[in-house]
Structures are given as C-alpha cells and as structure tokens.
Design a protein around this ligand. Structure first.
Ligand code: F6R
Length: 608
C-alpha cells in the first residue's frame, strides 16, 4: 500500500526522498511523487508509473533544490492511477502539500462542504480534502490546525504536510496507518516503515494513533490532539541494513526463502531455555489457560493459513476449541466472544487494517488478546494485550515466506506451552516436542538443499492453466498456503482442497494432464490421501506427491515425489511448505513474472 517518507535536514531532500521511496516500493504502488520547499514555494513533482519515471523527471532528485520535503508512493484506492491523482496534493493556493496513506471514509461530505465554500477539486482522491481542509482551518498554528483537521476526518491516515509559512519544518500524524519517526543527527525523518530510513538512522519513535509530530532539523516534538507535548520512548532498530537489500539474489523472495533457517532460529532459540519454552513476558498460568473457553485465531491471507495450522495443532495438543477466522469476516459477523476467550491475532506487518479492526472488536468484547507480529511497535503489536514477536527481520517480497514460517513456529511454541500448563503432556512428550521445534531450522536448511528437484518440476509444469493442491488436516492447511503462493506470483489459477472434499464437486475440473500437488505427510492419514490421489489420477491428473522420506509407501503418492525429513506430524507444515514456496517461485520466474511485486498486490494492506 502507499508509502510515505519525509525529510528535514541540511542535505538536499529530493534524492533522500527518492531513495526512501525506493525502499518502500515493495509495499506496492502505481504512482509516486515528492514535494519540496524550494525558493519560497512548494515544488511538486509526481507521475503515474514506476519510481524510475519520477527519478527521470527530477534527474534523480538533483533538479529539485531544497532541504525539507515529503514523498509518496500511491496504491490507488479512490481514482485511477494517474498523474493528477498521485500525491502530494496541494491546497488551492499551493501553500500546503499533503501525502496520505489510508482512507478518509467521510471524504464525500467533507468534499461537498468544501465545494459549497467555493473550493475547486482537481483529483478524484479522498486525500485532496485534507489539503483543502488544512488550508481552510489554518490559523498560523500547525498543531492546532492539524488537530482540527483530524477531528473532522473518519478513517485511517498517515499524513505528512508541508506549509509554505513554515519552511524549516513539516508536520505528520497517524491513525491506523503506519508511520514512524527517524531521529538523525541534524536531520530527521518520518517513514511508513524503518527500511526507508535505515541508511540514515536506527533511532526511532513509534507514533500512536493521533499523535502529531513536528519535525525540524534539530528537533522532533510530539503532541497529543490537545496540543500538549508528549515524551516519547526512543527505540533502536537492530535490523541489519543488508536484511533489506537483495544481497546478490535476483529476487527478495528467494533471499527470504533462503533466510528461513536463520529467521526460525532467531524466533525459536531465545524462547527455549534449559529445555523449557519461555514466552517472553507473557504469563499465561495454568489457571488462565484452563479458564479459556474458546480460542479465536484471526488473520488475513497467509497469516490466516498459519491460523488454520494453529487450529489443528492447538486442538490436538490442548483440547480447547479453536476457530480460525478471516479478519474481514470476524469483524462484521457480530462474533460471540466472551471474557473467557483468547484471541490470537497473526500479522507480519502488524498494520493490516482488517486484522487490526478485528483485534479491537475481540478486545472490546472482553477477550484476552495475543499478537503474533513481525514489526516491532506496529499497530497490532501496540493494541494487543501481549505480543510474541516473530524475529524474521524485514520481509520485502510481497509474497510472505519467512514471516509465515516464523509465525508457525510461534504457534507451535504457544501450543506446547499451553498443553504443558494444562498437564496434557508427559515429560517425555514435552521434551520430544521441544527438541523437534529446536530442530526446525536444520530441517528447513536440509530441504533447501534440494531446490533443484523443485526447479525441475516447475520447468515441467509452468505452462499449466490450473493447478490443484490437496491434503487432509494439516496437509490441507499447508495446501492453502502452497496454492496461494503459486497463484499470487505466477498468476496461474490454483485451488486448495481438503482431499476428501474433491469428489463433492471439484473433481469435475480434473482432466487429462491437470497437475495436482498432493500433500501426504501424516502417516495416520496417508492411506486416505492415497485413495484421493488415485481418484484424481484415474481422471487423468498428473500428481506431485509431498511426503516423508521415511514413508514406506511413498511411491504411491504421485508420479513425482518430493521427500521431506520426518518430524512430529504436528510440525510437518513447517517442512512441507518449503517446496511449495520454491515451486511458486520457480514457476513465476519461468513465466517471467514480477515476483517481488505481483500485479495488484500490496505488501501491507492498510485499507479495508
Ligand atoms: C501472501 C501474503 C498475504 C499476507 C496478508 C496478511 O503471500 O503475504 O496474504 O499474509 O496480507 O498480511 P499481514 O501478515 O501483514 O497481516
């Protein structure tokens, strides 16, 4: 989704803004622009298309002189991608420039009111109302004006605003859209995420909803909506700059697939101390857990697929009913939530609008909430009662891989922890589960050594029109993720089905040569899945089977077999997903797709 960067300092702003925007490209965008104070006025350069167009227009930023500016990459919501709809937007007099991430839900009545007052709009965006409102309410005091504006708008926003009367500063605010403040030496920044400013500073403030920040080159002051100054805690980001660079890989996605053993180690190792699972500062006592009536796991997309695994794992280990639900469904179904329920909210970005809203809904209804989040200080992390961070580092490719894997590992640890507190595990069972969780990074590293086989399979099937993924229980949960990985980056139609469900309709789609990827990693269900494999083969399907190396009858599960090391059945999703990620990647690569930035997608979905 949209990306924002702001700079104030002694350096020329435009090249820094362009560099920051290039780091935010991964979020997804269709146009870009900058506004810089230049010789007593605000100079705006913007255009539809890739950042390279804007860079050409400004000679890499060199052609725009000035030391204070804001920049934006836009992912169109209101109005098509076009030069005029691109941000920044100017007020009628050109004295104010605005960049915005989010959606102003009441922009229509606001626009009407402003039009009635004679103000002319030139774009179709919701954002333009902010520029005009700011001018309308401006009384010389930037903080008071900002407060007035945000009191009148509904929806989500991260805003950066320049005002001609204040050429040494800019002002920003956020609500339900990400924005962090970067604290430099004689220069300061705002950005949608830390990757945009890591080359300049690691010291940051996380802004809370409706905190207003005024940035000058030597000072950063944060205010609440009443204009009272607030003291903020400073954080230091420990992400390595190289984590946000491609480092020789052709795509971030492959780099991130390869980073999974490290990401898993960093997520798991600190939480296993002397053979015991330690969940950061979360204290869920045995009593707390035994009082849990129901667990909701709430998320979107791949994070939801982690939740589907979580349902099987937690129900099996803890015998507590779990409902995994898509956040956008949860928030509007008037869910039956009680004070004895636990809501586990999963999100890489920590900013997904639907997930955040669902979290608030669960909390409002009395549930205790635990966030499983990758981005420190993000909205979901801030709003959850407790947070378990996935230490995957920055994930840049739109298609998630390492965040998915680390989320799974946190679900496993949480589940074993709860099962133990409930007294459901013998010492031997507990030790075995913990030791297998510890081995996950090694298993994944081992699977990554056989990439060639998956690449070969991709070369055989990359011209398919439609590919099905099937499995039972946990294998079904992983099928959902394998299918999503493939379709989102290769644009091949794909569906995931619970293997036993195929014959209730979908099997009619199987024809001669249709590829079915069948997951059969669970020994207890192996024969059942093999029956389903036989059914599709009898209708002409070609089957790639994914099973354990140790499975005696592995040759029954496909025409081509991908063998995995064996671990506890409940943890097999962590292993089975790896070849599926690789398959999606290689198919997309052979089709020449834009792997890291698939069409129409954004990394962080900050609008509903
Ligand atoms: C798919 C993918 C998305 C995200 C979803 C939730 O590869 O990455 O489906 O999983 O948009 O995003 P987060 O985890 O940031 O809430």
């Amino acid at each position: 989704m949209c990306g924002i960067i702001g700079y104030v300092g002694d350096k020329q702003a435009a090249p820094i803004l362009l560099e920051g925007l290039s780091k935010l490209e991964y979020r997804g965008y269709d146009s870009a622009g900058i506004a810089v104070f230049s010789e007593g006025k605000i100079e705006v350069k913007k255009s539809r298309g890739r950042l390279s167009v804007l860079s050409e227009l400004t000679d890499g930023g060199k052609a725009v002189i000035g030391n204070v500016g804001i920049g934006h990459t836009r992912w169109a919501t209101h109005g098509e991608p076009s030069d005029v709809n691109s941000h920044p937007h100017l007020s009628s007099s050109g004295r104010f420039a605005v960049v915005h991430n989010g959606i102003i839900e009441n922009y229509i009545p606001l626009k009407k009111k402003l039009i009635d007052k004679g103000i002319k709009f030139i774009s179709e965006t919701d954002t333009e109302v902010i520029a005009h409102l700011f001018e309308y309410y401006y009384n010389g005091n930037m903080i008071e004006t900002m407060s007035k504006v945000i009191e009148r708008v509904d929806g989500s926003y991260a805003l950066g605003i320049l005002a001609v009367d204040h050429p040494d500063e800019f002002i920003a605010v956020r609500k339900a859209s990400p924005l962090i403040v970067g604290l430099g030496d004689g220069e300061n920044f705002v950005a949608s995420d830390v990757t945009a400013i890591l080359n300049h500073t690691r010291d940051i403030y996380y802004l809370e909803d409706d905190e207003i920040v005024v940035l000058k080159k030597d000072s950063v002051k944060v205010y609440n909506i009443d204009g009272e100054e607030i003291k903020k805690e400073q954080f230091t980001v420990n992400w390595d700059i190289s984590a946000a660079e491609k480092g020789g890989y052709e795509h971030f996605m492959m780099k991130e697939i390869e980073e999974q053993p490290k990401a898993l180690s960093e997520t798991i190792n600190p939480r296993i101390q002397n053979g015991r699972i330690v969940l950061d500062n979360i204290s869920l006592t045995g009593d707390d857990i035994s009082r849990i009536n129901k667990i909701y796991i709430i998320a979107c997309g791949s994070a939801y697929h982690v939740g589907v695994v979580g349902k099987y794992v937690i129900e099996k280990m803890c015998r507590i009913p779990v409902e995994t639900i898509i956040a956008s469904e949860f928030r509007y179904c008037d869910p039956i939530v009680t004070e004895n329920d636990l809501a586990i909210i999963i999100s890489q970005s920590g900013e997904t609008a639907d997930t955040l809203a669902a979290l608030k809904e669960a909390k409002a209804k009395g549930a205790r909430t635990i966030g499983i989040v990758n981005v420190v200080g993000s909205s979901i992390a801030n709003a959850s009662d407790d947070v378990l961070y996935t230490w995957a580092g920055p994930e840049i490719a739109v298609a998630t891989t390492k965040a998915y894997s680390t989320q799974l590992s946190v679900i496993y640890m949480l589940s074993v922890y709860m099962a133990d507190k409930l007294g459901r595990l013998s010492n031997a069972e507990y030790d075995k589960l913990v030791s297998e969780i510890k081995k996950l990074p090694d298993y994944v590293a081992q699977i990554l050594k056989s990439k060639d086989q998956v690449q070969f399979l991709a070369s055989k099937f990359f011209n398919s029109h439609s590919i099905f993924f099937i499995g039972r229980n946990l294998d079904y949960a992983v099928s959902l993720e394998g299918s999503l990985k493939l379709k989102e980056i290769s644009y091949i139609h794909s569906e995931a089905y619970a293997a036993g469900e195929l014959k209730h309709g979908t099997i009619s789609l199987i024809e001669e040569g249709t590829l079915v990827v069948a997951l059969a990693t669970n020994d207890e269900l192996f024969d059942k899945t093999v029956s389903n494999i036989k059914e599709v083969k009898a209708r002409g399907a070609v089957v790639v089977g994914v099973t354990k190396e140790s499975q005696q009858h592995k040759s029954d599960c496909g025409d081509y077999i991908i063998e995995l090391p064996g671990t506890e059945s409940v943890f097999m999703p962590s292993l089975a997903v790896i070849p599926l990620q690789l398959f999606g990647y290689y198919v997309a690569s052979l089709k020449g797709c834009d792997i890291d930035k698939p069409r129409n997608l954004a990394k962080s979905v900050t609008v509903e």
